[in-house]
Design a protein around this ligand. Structure first.
Ligand code: ADP
Ligand code: ZN
Length: 731
């Protein structure tokens, strides 16, 4: 096997580094030699950088000047399948390999020597005098069958002071040892009894378990209404994977990665799995990376970048809430974790399960075409039934100026308050008011660096640009006409809605859930779990409440502006609105009590709103698919966005025009280029943004054509060019 390829000391090797040089560099193999795939530290100029032995050297570098690899790192070498995955992902997303390697090594301290710490075991001697506390320490060690603990763990475990433990060490009853700091994860036991599945669930679980046992690649779309038990079903697929001795990965949208979810996994397998997300500590990340690489972590629960962990024997990837737009990484390497999961699984003969109540049109189409297996769970578990969904026709409701909760919605909320149940008001707008206007001259306060209006955040008492994050104080004098005292907020944000709810229901406990109101993801998650236990009567939330939280007492969802998402020119506007509304509505009535969802709309006869209300999902997808097919857009055609940006508008446009004129490589595959045109957000952080859009038929070598097309571009000064394959957002 090529993985075993060995290079003797002094032989010429090619090293891929994490530095932005678009080539593999030649070095001499270090003393003791090295295998292909080994992680190494190499000198580069005055620095030492991380790299991987990629293969034999290119040989085009003067061998007299060749430097030696400093050392081989004490981590598992990169496997052949990982290297293929990174190469294929780089080709697909048109990303340099060095950036892919950076993604795959995002753990701190990889090049540090394995760090050690002091642990204690039972020693040979008996304590001079047996006290109660001493006996407890020794009993604790015995209970854990010879495991070693740090002094702190041991004193906590036994419930004694640290001095008791120290005393036992001194007397030789405890023995000190050095052990690696990064401990393996506790063993997960797939044989523990899971929940008793319903017939539907058991059938789906059986199909997945068989697929996993086949040891071959395959993708399954697991579609099931919220609360139907998709998680229970895919945990059985995980069990089957663990039984086969392979590793499993569960991908969740970052915000859905809650303590509640981890508790469920722990209940099923008897121990906590490895966790990988932006909130994890540096030490934890390093431990996950190393243990995954050694095969000492059987299951990882993680956000999208966990796809790039060095699994040794990956057998199953679950992508939960697969339609979620946060799976698309929107800066740095532009990849879609859902698509990359399928690619990675294909490289290592693993199964993929895409779980969702409202799949993406891409996955729905792949299932229709027979590329993916499809499993459906149609009923909610137990007594829970799907909420009753209705529109509130806003044209016939009487609302006072600057209020947004209609009388119909208000009376539904009153009923919940009387019964001690929870209501959720959904509005996908952060801040207090989206626009601040001068009532004298009509000026709207805009960001100085972006083509965007500034949003008032009353909680912080400032205006904020949601593009670049710039803030400024609320002006009392109009920046344009200089009239004083005429600045006024227009339209509702979630904070303003909170004020309205508080004035309508002064005695209710109101919780506003918006990511920017919490100092950390952890604080937000804690608040969410308090609310789930009933510590609020009315919950107001932005998009983040749509994601996988379980509020058992919630029986009413009110959507303040169901038309909001329909206005965009985005090709996925209808799909997104459909998914979001169904997801939000799915929050209601998850336990025994039936739920109700009310959608405030000025156009209740709009086909998308109708489809949401009737729940005719297949009908909606068929219609949406037909429209996309007719237009030749994804998933029936291919697209790529090219974003050019720079401080000088004329220069950015010149580059755009030059690209549009020299479109030979694109025409050779029958692709068309549109633009250049100012991007929908024409300026961000003082940089002008211009877009080109490439459209092509399915099945043509799009990436190859784009590479040839942009290759002659010389990016002078601060000009930047970014390629976004399969763009999700058109901003
Ligand atoms: P989904 O992932 O489809 O939203 P979950 O797996 O979270 O659904 O299930 C919804 C709720 O119903 C959870 O609290 C879950 O524990 C419970 N549940 C689902 N199936 C079963 C079952 N067979 N036995 C007991 N509880 C179940
Ligand atoms: Zn800005």
């Amino acid at each position: 096997m090529s993985e075993q390829e060995f290079f003797h000391a002094g032989e010429r090797v090619g090293v891929l580094t994490t530095q932005p040089l678009d080539r593999v560099l030649d070095y001499r193999a270090p003393e003791g030699g090295c295998f292909r795939g080994a992680y190494v530290e190499v000198p580069l100029g005055p620095r030492k950088v991380l790299g991987v032995i990629w293969g034999p050297g290119q040989g085009d570098f003067d061998s007299a000047k060749l430097r030696s690899v400093n050392r081989v790192l004490d981590v598992a070498p990169m496997r052949e399948e990982m290297r293929q995955f990174l190469s294929r992902a780089a080709d697909y997303t048109l990303t340099p390999m060095s950036s892919m390697l950076r993604l795959a090594t995002r753990a701190p301290g990889l090049s540090d020597p394995v760090s050690m710490r002091k642990v204690l075991r039972r020693g040979l001697s008996e304590p001079e005098r047996m006290t109660d506390a001493r006996a407890r320490v020794l009993a604790a060690l015995e209970d854990y069958g010879g495991l070693a603990f740090t002094p702190k763990e041991l004193s906590d475990l036994a419930g004694v002071t640290p001095s008791v433990v120290k005393g036992l060490v001194k007397q030789g009853a405890l023995r000190e040892e050095e052990a690696p700091r990064d401990l393996p994860y506790p063993h997960l036991d797939p044989e523990l009894p899971g929940k008793t599945l319903t017939d539907d669930q058991a059938e789906a679980a059986e199909v997945l378990a068989e697929a996993v046992q086949s040891g071959a690649y395959g993708t399954t779309l697991l579609k099931g209404v919220t609360g139907s038990g998709k998680t229970e079903v895919y945990l059985e697929a995980v069990a089957s994977c663990l039984r086969a001795g392979r590793q499993a990965l569960v991908l969740l949208p970052e915000i859905a990665l809650t303590a509640e979810f981890l508790t469920r996994v722990e209940a099923r397998f008897g121990a906590t799995p490895a966790e990988w997300h932006s909130g994890a500590t540096m030490t934890e990340r390093r431990r996950v990376w190393r243990m995954v690489g050694q095969g000492n972590a059987q299951l990882v629960i993680g956000a999208r970048s966990s796809l790039f962990l060095p699994f040794q024997n990956l057998g199953l990837i679950i992508v939960d809430e697969e339609h979620d737009t946060s799976y698309k990484q929107e800066d740095g390497v532009l990849y879609n974790a859902r698509d990359m999961a399928v690619l990675r699984a294909a490289m290592c003969s693993a199964q993929v399960v895409l779980a969702s109540a409202t799949p993406s049109l891409e996955s729905w189409t792949n299932a229709e075409a027979g590329k993916y297996r499809r499993l459906d769970l149609t009923a909610r578990f137990g007594a829970a039934v799907l909420p009753d969904m209705r529109a509130i026709d806003m044209r016939t409701e009487k609302l006072a100026p600057a209020t947004w909760i209609s009388p119909t919605l208000r009376s539904a909320m009153s009923k919940r308050l009387e019964r001690g149940e929870q209501s959720l008001l959904f509005l996908n707008r952060r801040g207090f008011a989206p626009v601040t206007i001068c009532r004298a001259c009509g000026e709207q306060v805009a960001c100085d660096h972006c083509d965007a209006r500034m949003v008032e955040h009353r909680f912080q008492n400032r205006l904020m640009c949601h593009q670049c994050g710039e803030t400024k104080p609320l002006p009392t004098v109009c920046p344009s006409c200089e009239v004083e005292g005429k600045m006024a907020p227009v339209g509702p944000g979630i904070e303003r809605l909170g004020e309205e709810a508080a004035s309508v229901f002064p005695d209710a406990r109101i919780a506003v859930l918006s990511s920017d109101l919490f100092g950390s993801a952890r604080a937000l998650k804690e608040r969410i779990s308090e609310i789930a236990k009933g510590e609020a009567d009315i919950i107001l939330g932005t998009q983040l409440v749509a994601k996988g939280h379980n509020f058992p007492l919630l029986t009413l969802v009110g959507v303040i502006d169901a038309d909001l998402g329909l206005q965009g020119s985005d090709l996925r506007a209808a799909e997104r609105t459909f998914q979001l509304m169904r997801q939000v509505a799915g929050r209601a009535g998850r336990a025994e009590k039936p739920g109700e969802a009310l959608l405030q709309s000025f156009q209740p006869e709009h086909p998308v709103i109708r489809a949401i209300l009737t729940g005719d999902e297949e009908g909606f997808w068929k219609a949406e698919a037909a429209e996309r097919q007719a237009a030749g857009v994804p998933p029936y055609g291919r697209m790529a966005g090219i974003i050019l940006s720079g401080p000088d508008l004329a220069q950015v446009f010149d580059l755009g025009n030059a690209l549009a004129r020299n479109d030979g490589p694109l025409r050779s595959i029958g692709a068309q280029v549109y633009g250049p045109a100012p991007a929908p957000i024409a300026r961000i952080r003082g940089r002008h943004r211009v877009r080109l859009l490439v459209k092509a038929d399915k099945g043509v070598p799009l990436q190859d054509a784009i590479s040839r097309w942009i290759a002659p571009c010389r990016l002078k000064g601060e000009l930047r060019l970014n390629v976004d394959i399969d763009p999700q957002n058109f901003f």
